[in-house]
Design a protein around this ligand. Sequence first.
Ligand SMILES: [Zn+2]
Length: 174
Amino acid sequence: MAKCEKCGEKVKGLFDVTDFDEYGVEVGRSYCEKCYGIWKEEEMVRIENKAEKDRSMEEKRVVMKKSLEEMIIVTTDKMENKHIEKYFGFISAEVVLGTGIISESLAGISDIFGKESKAFDKKINTSKNIILQKLKVRCAELGGNAVIGAKYDLETIGKNMIMAVLSGTAVHIV
Ligand SMILES: [Zn+2]
């Protein structure tokens, strides 16, 4: 007779299940009918919990996406027709532009301000989008819906790296 891997009882038939060990790792186990029943109930709860968690994650994701889309970022300290209800303080986002960007631009130094420094422009533009998104997320996490006094800076790090920094004050406007 086989032994139940849960209660240790010797029974005729065992049910093979996928359970979790004490560390939460999935393991294949063989249980008696009684333990199988318990496992099945726990499994139902697990499935329900997971579905609920997925739903709330999805809801949060939708809310976050919407608030990022609606977020306003301005360079001024005030906004017309808007009242600043709450200040959340200074926030900033940084993006390090890859190494080599300066040598790349130096190589084409005559083109830097011309139309042909496309690679450089592209890197800057990509970083602007990333950094904007980062700042928006930071603002939203604080509960803000706008950033005022926004400032964009490019800083050099060491010899051959550029860091883009976007900063401002997170606020809630109505
Ligand atoms: Zn058992």
